[in-house]
Design a protein around this ligand. Structure first.
Ligand SMILES: [Zn+2]
Ligand SMILES: [Zn+2]
Length: 123
């Protein structure tokens, strides 16, 4: 929770931000303090689904711990049904139907899609 800000550090690629989280988490005895929530969790979890196999077991353990901390399947499904706004066009979508730009950490719908000025991908 207190580490959500690490994911919002737009100056670094998402991969570096997750690496920092995992280091903080393992260095702190794998306690709950460095597990991410909300939009930060959304970015980490979705990015990891795509790319996590390229990284060590600690990354997978971290994401599993964060997933459990937000309530597991039930918590994730509640999150997916919540609504948020595409910051490009202002339309409202359920999170399951909207993308998250890992560059600027803003939501973008599938009509607006990628941000030309952002280095991050949409997850
Ligand atoms: Zn849009
Ligand atoms: Zn962006």
């Amino acid at each position: 929770m207190k580490s959500d800000h690490v994911v919002f550090d737009r100056g670094q690629p998402i991969e570096h931000r997750i690496g920092r989280l995992v280091t903080l988490w393992t260095g702190d005895g794998r306690g709950p303090d460095h597990l991410v929530t909300g939009r930060a969790f959304h970015a980490v979890y979705c990015w990891h689904l795509r790319h996590g196999t390229d990284h060590g077991i600690a990354w997978a353990e971290y994401v599993t711990a964060a997933y459990d901390a937000i309530g597991g399947d039930e918590g994730w499904n509640v999150m997916l049904r919540a609504r948020d706004v595409c910051e490009s066009c202002g339309d409202t979508y359920r999170l399951e139907n909207i993308g998250l730009c890992t560059g600027c950490m803003e939501y973008t719908c599938y009509s607006c899609r990628g941000h030309g000025s952002c280095a991050g991908e949409i997850v």
